[in-house]
Design a protein around this ligand. Structure first.
Ligand code: HEM
Length: 366
């Protein structure tokens, strides 16, 4: 039996891809190089978005397991790190768009209106699978503005709209599975649901809080020793008080589930040398790095936009750069994990870990 030799062009679908840059006219030759670039760059982004969505679904599915098999955490980290790399690379693609001058862009900008990246369904899918909630979105175009932007002018549904609706039904999100997994993380060897677990968690948090109070006392003493004025000390006391109050509020959480999740995030980051916590720590770090790359992606897009169109209104009708800067500031999914960075204590101030042998740490316990 003869086997058909595979061609590069058949496998990669090169001709099909090369037939998609004709713009609204469906005629590539009639486009300027600038407009051609504009289309190509957007298409490249959409392809990367597609890959990101696949990886995030993989991460979600891996972490949705209960329990997550220890060796599979590394697979989730692998996918998250890939998403981070893609986002970094995609941020760099904005450099290519910046070779286009404002005048060049204005040549064809009017015909885009009211089309805009605001209608990128895949961008919305990424936000949804990560766990950005409706209530966390900026109210541009009304409470459902972002969804309505995905419909045709006459209000009928588009494929983009259907894609997003499908994703909204594809739950849970990465944030939820990370939180569920954190909720199950043993603290001082005590697991969620164990008898007395809530007390173990509370004692851990209380001891941690005491570490904070001591650390503040130490820093105030240092300020006094170096001769800071009374006014400066009073200012410091005020700032530290507010920091301590924030730490208390964070550790209290809104209920016992949130308290346990937060305690686990602090525990993992604090006792990073415990062998059993090595992969959990990498998972948390990779989630943060990924979100950092996403925030930088948003900021980078905003700076590119500012350079190309200044501060004028966007084709999608938003305030333009200021709207984009707001998204970079407010669209944060893993807020709890970021908050831990403010709370971590230096090693010497950490409460002593109980049952270290539980985490595979082969030292004598007292
Ligand atoms: C000259 C190039 C570009 C300009 C002037 C520009 C401008 C804008 C503006 C002003 C917005 C806010 C919504 C609006 O009012 O239209 C926006 C949103 C957006 N743009 Fe761009 N953009 C450009 C290129 C790109 C590229 C290459 C991508 C890559 C996919 C992109 C992706 C997005 C996305 C995803 C949004 C939605 C942001 C959100 O709502 O969170 N843009 N763009």
């Amino acid at each position: 039996m003869s086997v058909k030799a595979t061609n590069y062009w058949d496998y990669i679908k090169v001709e099909e891809i090369l037939s998609l840059q004709g713009g609204l006219e469906n005629d590539e030759k009639s486009l300027s190089n600038e407009e051609h670039l504009f289309i190509v760059v957007h298409q490249v982004f959409e392809l990367w978005f597609r890959m990101i969505i696949r990886e995030l679904v993989t991460v979600r599915n891996l972490l949705e397991q209960n329990p997550v098999p220890e060796q599979e955490i590394s697979l989730a980290v692998h996918s998250i790190e890939r998403v981070e790399e893609i986002l970094k690379l995609a941020s760099d693609h904005f450099r290519i768009i910046e070779t286009m001058t404002t005048r060049d862009y204005l040549e064809f900008r009017d015909k885009l209106s009211p089309a805009s990246g605001f209608q990128s369904a895949q961008m919305r899918e990424i936000e949804i699978i990560l766990g950005l909630e409706d209530s966390e979105r900026l109210p541009f175009g009304g409470p459902n503005g972002w969804k309505n932007a995905l419909k045709f002018k006459d209000g009928s549904n588009s494929k983009a709209y259907a894609r997003v609706m499908e994703r909204l039904n594809d739950m849970p999100t990465v944030r939820e599975v990370v939180e569920n997994w954190l909720e199950r993380t043993p603290i001082h060897g005590s697991s969620h649901g164990d008898e007395g677990d809530e007390q173990v968690v509370q004692e851990f948090l209380d001891a941690y809080m005491m570490g904070h109070e001591k650390s503040v006392e130490k820093q105030l003493q240092l300020a006094k020793d170096r001769g800071d004025s009374e006014e400066e000390i009073a200012g410091l006391v005020k700032r530290f008080d507010s920091q301590l109050n924030q730490a208390r509020d964070y550790m209290q959480g809104k209920d016992s589930r949130q308290r346990r999740i937060r305690a686990a995030a602090i525990f993992i980051a604090s006792y990073r040398e415990l062998p059993l916590l090595a992969w959990p720590r990498r998972l948390i770090d990779s989630v943060l790095s990924m979100e950092q790359a996403m925030i930088i992606f948003r900021q980078r897009h905003a700076r590119m936009v500012e350079r190309v169109i200044g501060r004028r209104v966007g084709t999608g009708g938003s305030a333009g750069v200021s709207y984009l800067d707001e998204t970079a500031k407010k669209y944060r999914v893993f807020k709890d994990l970021w908050a831990v960075r403010t709370l971590l204590l230096e090693v010497n101030a950490l409460p002593k870990v109980q049952k270290p042998e539980f985490y595979g740490f082969a030292t004598k316990t007292d």
